[in-house]
Design a protein around this ligand. Structure first.
Ligand SMILES: Nc1ncnc2c1ncn2[C@@H]1O[C@H](COP(=O)(O)OP(=O)(O)O)[C@@H](O)[C@H]1O
Ligand SMILES: [Mg+2]
Length: 258
């Protein structure tokens, strides 16, 4: 099967620091893929490279057959248009807007170069807001936020804000969805529920999922293939059992439960 996303020796330097060093892995269509590693390992930086926020210093990233970062570097909105959406480690929602409005805007961001143009061009561009809202409601439903549709994003509890970000990412109709620590700050019950929902996003909606997560139980139960980074370098790759028992991984986490 041809990979959906290929990291080919992706490297980025910030001054003297090599934040991501020659990282190479393939994500296949339909993967539930985990990217883990201790704090500062370079995980979020990988997302920033994949989504075009940063340019690689060397190496390249392919999405399907297209080079999106490397010899050719596409801007974030083009990468979004090709079908990659993300959530952020630090939640980024429009706090004063309702949950529903946040998701509707997600659909618009896909084809707009900036949030500003998305917001300013929105009214004339929308002929049928109802159709858009119906679609947005469906994504809210998937994330179990139906009853919160008209609540302001900032008034939602933290766990729900995280789920709302995923609904907004879904609204861009991506092929690949990147989740940066989706279970952070959730209690065990919430994270259990989220795990089932992420699986549904793959099983029922056919999305390929790449997720960063610090909660090991979450990753080990959900992800089928996992890459481990430490100080920007790939130290392990495999299924949950390979990773759990890998001495390099255990050492990198220095006694943290894996
Ligand atoms: N824009 C930047 N400028 C300078 N250093 C950065 C920048 N972004 C990330 N870094 C550094 O790169 C390293 C990896 O960061 P990050 O990818 O956020 O780690 P992780 O998500 O694995 O915790 C850290 O040392 C961080 O300080
Ligand atoms: Mg991070």
């Amino acid at each position: 099967m041809k990979p959906l996303l290929s990291m080919k020796g992706a490297t980025i330097r910030f001054g003297g620091l090599v934040a991501v060093k020659e990282v190479t892995f393939d994500i296949r269509p339909g993967d539930l893929f985990g990217l883990i590693g201790p704090n500062g390992a370079g995980k979020t930086t990988c997302f920033n490279l994949i989504t075009g926020m940063y340019q690689v210093s060397s190496g390249e990233i392919l999405f399907g057959e297209d080079c999106i970062n490397g010899a050719r570097k596409l801007p974030p909105n083009k990468i979004c248009e090709l079908g990659i959406a993300r959530t952020f480690q630090n939640i980024r929602l429009f706090g004063a807007l309702s949950a529903l409005e946040n998701v509707v805007i997600g659909g618009f961001l896909r084809s707009r170069s900036s949030l500003f143009s998305a917001l300013t061009l929105m009214p004339p561009a929308i002929k049928d807001t109802r159709a858009l809202e119906a679609k947005a409601m469906e994504y809210l439903k998937v994330m179990d936020l139906e009853e919160d549709a008209h609540t302001r994003a900032r008034d939602l509890p933290y766990g729900k804000q995280r789920r709302l970000e995923i609904a907004r990412a879904m609204a861009t109709n991506p092929k690949l969805i990147l989740l940066d620590e989706p279970a952070a700050g959730m209690n065990p019950q919430e994270s259990e529920q989220l795990s089932r929902t992420v699986r549904r996003i793959r099983d029922d909606y056919g999305k390929t999922v790449l997720l960063i997560e610090h909660d090991m139980r979450f990753v080990m139960n959900l992800c089928e293939r996992i890459v481990v980074l430490d100080h920007g370098e790939e130290i392990a790759f495999g299924g949950p059992d390979d990773i759990r028992n890998n001495p390099k991984v255990i050492e990198a986490y220095l006694g943290e439960p894996v």
